[in-house]
Design a protein around this ligand. Sequence first.
Ligand code: AMP
Length: 216
Amino acid sequence: MVTKKNLIFLGAPGAGKGTASSALTEREPLAHISTGDILRAEIKNGTELGKSAAVLMEKGGLVPDDLVAGMVKSRLRQPDCDNGFILDGFPRTVNQANLLDQALKEIGRKIDAVIYFEVDDEILLQRLTARISCGKCGRIYNKLFLPPKQENICDDCNTALFQRPDDSRETAEERLKVFYKNTQPLIDYYRERKLLTSITEIERDKMLAALFRELT
Ligand code: AMP
């Protein structure tokens, strides 16, 4: 079991971080911390944080570092993180990575591995613009590659599926630009710290399994 391990899943939007996180947390007692999911919950609940984040998210931009870092810091203090966690979509800037290092230091934890999901841009765009998800259980589908059994209905809970507003072609392209400008420098940041493992799309399952064996 991959317990007591603290992992970061790094990769462009649509690279499969969320899907891999869900698959792993089904088997392992790790907490899945997706900053995108936390922000979408804030928007749904109509909080002040949600209101200010929504404007930026709709355009494909980033929410300010101190805001997301604060959210993650309090999430890391929740008891389910004691068994280890996966950070999915955070950090997204070098400044966020520094804020994370500080927050972990305060609670006496450290990152054990950073997994970079490598995927071609064209595939990312195809995948983002065809992505649909369930608003109730959060299951992710893809109209092209992973369709639900019944068109637009969740296999698990029979709820109508929806497309995220930031998965339109225009916003998806902007999110990729933001990834290359702000998040790509983190690849070197974590490589220098000897924490980075890159995994390619084709060998993903094999590589993930090998890495988790190593971490166990
Ligand atoms: P995701 O679900 O990870 O693709 O995130 C959706 C959107 O939430 C992003 O396009 C950003 O606008 C915002 N977001 C999520 N995580 C972060 C983060 N770590 N820093 C800044 N903005 C974020």
